[in-house]
Write a protein that binds this ligand. Structure first.
Ligand SMILES: [Zn+2]
Length: 335
C-alpha cells in the first residue's frame, strides 16, 4: 500500500462519516414524518408545502414530488396552473410538472406534454389523452417489501378498490429453461377474468426464465401452458436466486389518474404491477413482433422488481401476447 492509497482510504472514510450527511438524513426523516401526518388530510397543507418548497428551491426531492400524488382533483388543478406559471418565470419545476401531467394531462397544453419524455411513446398512440384501460394488481396487505416511506406505503395505486376473486402470483413454474436448465418462475395464470386481456384461451399461464436478460418467446398450448421456444441467454446473464415467493393479489380497474405511470418517477414508489394499458418503460419503447412476421404483439402485462421478483439489476419485465400464434414475448428492461 502506497502512502497515496492510505491517504485515499482515509479520505473516503472521512467523507462517508462526515456529520453533515447524517444530519441531512435525520432532517429528511423528520420532514417525512411531518408530511406523513398530512397525506390523507386534504390538499391545503400539501399544496402550501409544495409552493413553499419551490419558493425556497428545495422542491427537487422525492418527498415533495410524491406529495403531488396525494392532492385531490382540485388541488392538482391548482398545482398545474401554479407550475406552468413558475416554468414561464424560468424556475426548474420539470419533475413536479411531469408528475402532475402524467396524472391529469388535460390540465396541460400539448406543447407541455410533448416535452415530457414518457409522452414520446404515448403520443404515438391514437389518442394519448385517453389511453386504453387497464387493471392494477393490488396486493393483499398493501405495498410489498420496504415499508419505510409513508408516501410509498400509502400511495393510492397500492390501495385501489378491487373486484373479483383473489389469485396467486409468483411461485415455481412447471417448465424448465432448455438453455440454463433452471426451473421457470411462475408469474401469473390468467383465467378468463373478462378483463382487458381479451384472451380466447380459457387460461393463460405465464412462466419465465428469470435468469435470462434477453427478449424471449414462449408458445402456449390450448390449455395455456407455456413452452420456451427461444429462451435466449447472453454473456451478461447470471444464475439468480430462485423466485419462489408467492403473493395474493386482486384486480383493480385503474382510475384515469393512474393510467399513465412513468418508471422514472414512480419505480418503487407506485404500484407498477399492471395488466394491460400503457407500458412504463425503463429504457424506452421496445414493442416486439411475432418472429418471421411484421405483426406487432399486444402488450399484456408488466411486473416490477418487488414482492420477490427481480429483473436484471432491478427493472421491469414486460409480457406481450399474440392471439394468432399463441405466443408470449418476455422483454426485460433494467437500469
Ligand atoms: Zn434460462
Amino acid at each position: 500500500m502506497t502512502d497515496l492509497e492510505t491517504l485515499e482510504i482515509e479520505t473516503v472514510v472521512r467523507l462517508l462519516s462526515k456529520t453533515p450527511r447524517l444530519t441531512r438524513q435525520a432532517r429528511y426523516e423528520e420532514c417525512t414524518a411531518i408530511v406523513a401526518r398530512h397525506l390523507s388530510g386534504g390538499s391545503e397543507f400539501l399544496f402550501a408545502l409544495i409552493k413553499a418548497a419551490i419558493k425556497a428551491g428545495v422542491h427537487q426531492t422525492p418527498l415533495i414530488e410524491d406529495a403531488v400524488s396525494f392532492l385531490d382533483d382540485a388541488g392538482l388543478a391548482r398545482l398545474a396552473f401554479f407550475l406552468q406559471g413558475e416554468a414561464k418565470r424560468g424556475t426548474d419545476v420539470d419533475d413536479l410538472l411531469s408528475g402532475a401531467a402524467l396524472q391529469q394531462p388535460n390540465l396541460f397544453p400539448d406543447d407541455v406534454l410533448a416535452n415530457i419524455p414518457d409522452f414520446e411513446d404515448w403520443l404515438t398512440h391514437a389518442d394519448p389523452r385517453s389511453p386504453p384501460g387497464c387493471h392494477h394488481l393490488v396486493f393483499e396487505g398493501g405495498a410489498p417489501d420496504d415499508p419505510f416511506f409513508p408516501t410509498r406505503v400509502n400511495h393510492p395505486t397500492w390501495h385501489l378498490p378491487t373486484a373479483g376473486q383473489p389469485f396467486t402470483i409468483g411461485g415455481e413454474g412447471t417448465g424448465q429453461c432448455p438453455t440454463c436448465s433452471e426451473r421457470l418462475a411462475h408469474l401469473i395464470t390468467l383465467d378468463n377474468f373478462g378483463v382487458s386481456a381479451n384472451l380466447s384461451l380459457p387460461r393463460l399461464r405465464i412462466e419465465t426464465c428469470h435468469g435470462s436478460l434477453e427478449v424471449t418467446f414462449y408458445v402456449h398450448d390450448e390449455e395455456g401452458r407455456p413452452t420456451p421456444i427461444a429462451p435466449f441467454h447472453s454473456d451478461n446473464d447470471f444464475t439468480p436466486q430462485p423466485m419462489t415467493r408467492k403473493s395474493t393479489v386482486r384486480l383493480a380497474p385503474t382510475p384515469p389518474r393512474w393510467l399513465r405511470q412513468s418508471y422514472g418517477t414512480s419505480n418503487s414508489r407506485q404500484n407498477l404491477f399492471r395488466l394491460g394499458g400503457l407500458p412504463s418503460w425503463v429504457q424506452g419503447p421496445q414493442f416486439p413482433v411475432v418472429p418471421g412476421t411484421d405483426r406487432p404483439m399486444k402488450f399484456l402485462l408488466q411486473f416490477d422488481s418487488l414482492a420477490g421478483f427481480f429483473w436484471g439489476s432491478g427493472g421491469m419485465l414486460y409480457i406481450f401476447w399474440d392471439e394468432e400464434s399463441r405466443m408470449t414475448c418476455h422483454v426485460p428492461q433494467y437500469t
